[in-house]
Design a protein around this ligand. Structure first.
Ligand code: FE2
Length: 345
C-alpha cells in the first residue's frame, strides 16, 4: 500500500489534491499528541515595517492552523528572517503571540540568514530567551561557549528533540565569527541519544541538509563543490543516529519539500531526510549533481507548507500540508495534504 501511495504522490506531483479532513482528537491522557514544524520564513520582498524581512502573513496563517490542530509546540528549522538583526528577530518572535496565547511553545534553530554577523547570537538570544539548554530552563546544550539555547535538546512526553546550530557562535575577531561543526557536537549528540530513559523516539533538526536538492553546501561543510566533505564526520553522524533508532532528520534551507533516503558516504548507515518546504516567497528548483547515495521518495516545488506530527502511543505519523504561494497580505489558505509517512517505534 505504502509504495503504491508513494508512487501515486510522485507521479501525480502538483496535480494531486487530497481532501483536507484531518480529524482533531488529541487527548493528553490517551497518549495522543501533536507537534508542528515550520520551514524557512525569510521574506526578502519587504525589509521595512511591518515585515522587517520575515514572512508575517505566512507565519500568522500557519500558526492559525497549528492552533486549530492543537499542537503542543512548534519547531522552526532556521532562516526565520532574511537578514539577521534585532528588529527582524523581534518581529518574527512577535508573530508567535497567537501560539503562546494558546500555550504552544516555539523552538527555533538558526539558519544562515539568521547569522549574517556575529552579533546575531545576542540578538537571537534576546528575541528567543529561556530556550532549553539555558540556565534554569531544562533540556541540554553542549558545554561549548555560547552554545546554550542555540544547539539544544528537550524532551516532551515520549519524544526527544535535538536542534543543532551549525552557524557562527564564537566571536573570534572576524565579522562572521566561528561556527561549531557537527563533529564538535558529536559527543554531546551521542550523550543525548544514549539516555534511553527519557524518550521513546528522537528526531534531529538542523537548518542545512544532509544533501540538498538545490543547495550543495550541507550541514557538514560550506563546500558546495564536494557534498562528501569530511566523510569521517558524516559517517559518525549517520551511524550515531541510525544506531540509536533516529529515523528522521528534518531540515530547511532548500525551500523545496523533499523526502528522501540518504546513505552515509561509507554506505553503512541510512537516514530519512525531510526538507520541509518553504514558508516564504522564495522557492528553489533541484539542480544536479545528485548523489547516488540519495533516493528520492516525494518531492514538491513552489508551494508554501508545513508539517504536523501526530504521536499515538508508540507510533508517529507526519503529514505535510501545502498551499499555493501567498504572503503579501493576510490570508486564510486552503491547506492540502501532499505527503504522509510514519513508523512504529
Ligand atoms: Fe538557508
Amino acid at each position: 500500500m505504502q509504495t503504491t501511495r508513494r508512487n501515486f504522490l510522485r507521479l501525480t506531483s502538483l496535480g494531486l489534491i487530497l481532501p483536507f479532513t484531518s480529524p482533531i482528537y488529541c487527548s493528553e491522557s490517551s497518549g495522543e499528541w501533536r507537534f508542528g514544524i515550520i520551514p524557512d520564513t525569510q521574506w526578502g520582498f519587504n525589509m521595512e515595517a511591518p515585515f522587517h524581512g520575515t514572512a508575517i502573513h505566512v507565519i500568522d496563517a500557519i500558526n492559525a492552523e497549528m492552533i486549530r490542530q492543537k499542537v503542543d509546540f512548534v519547531i522552526q528549522v532556521g532562516d526565520l528572517v532574511e537578514y539577521s538583526s534585532a528588529i527582524a528577530f523581534q518581529t518574527r518572535a512577535a508573530h508567535n503571540k497567537a501560539l503562546l496565547d494558546n500555550g504552544i511553545n516555539f523552538y527555533p534553530v538558526r539558519g544562515n540568514h539568521d547569522s549574517m554577523e556575529i552579533n546575531s547570537v545576542k540578538q537571537f538570544k534576546d528575541a528567543f530567551p529561556n530556550l532549553p539548554g539555558t540556565k534554569g530552563n531544562g533540556g541540554s546544550s553542549p558545554k561549548l561557549p555560547n552554545a546554550d539555547g542555540m544547539t539544544y535538546s528537550f524532551t516532551h512526553k515520549n519524544g526527544k528533540f535535538i536542534l543543532i546550530d551549525t552557524f557562527p557562535l564564537v566571536d573570534d575577531g572576524t565579522k562572521n565569527g566561528k561556527a561549531y561543526t557537527i563533529g564538535d557536537y558529536q559527543d554531546w549528540i551521542n550523550s543525548q541519544l544514549l539516555i534511553k530513559s527519557d524518550h521513546k523516539f528522537t528526531i534531529v533538526f538542523t537548518h542545512k541538509n544532509l544533501l540538498g536538492q538545490n543547495h550543495k553546501d550541507n550541514v557538514f561543510s560550506d563546500d558546495a563543490e564536494n557534498q562528501n566533505s569530511f566523510p569521517e564526520m558524516q559517517n559518525n553522524f549517520f551511524s550515531s543516529l541510525q544506531n540509536n533508532n533516529v529515523k528522521y532528520f528534518i531540515c530547511g534551507h532548500d525551500h523545496i519539500y523533499h523526502r528522501s533516503r540518504i546513505k552515509s558516504p561509507n554506505g553503512k548507515a541510512e537516514l530519512e531526510q525531510i526538507i520541509c518546504g518553504s514558508a516564504s516567497h522564495k522557492f528553489y528548483s533541484p539542480e544536479p549533481p545528485f548523489l547516488e547515495r540519495e533516493t528520492s521518495i516525494v518531492k514538491e516545488l513552489n508551494r508554501i507548507g508545513f508539517l504536523i506530527a501526530d504521536v499515538n502511543h508508540d507510533q508517529i505519523k507526519i503529514t505535510y500540508y501545502s498551499t499555493k504561494a501567498f504572503g503579501l497580505t493576510p490570508a486564510v489558505p486552503k491547506w492540502e495534504i501532499r505527503d504522509s509517512f510514519g513508523y512504529k517505534f
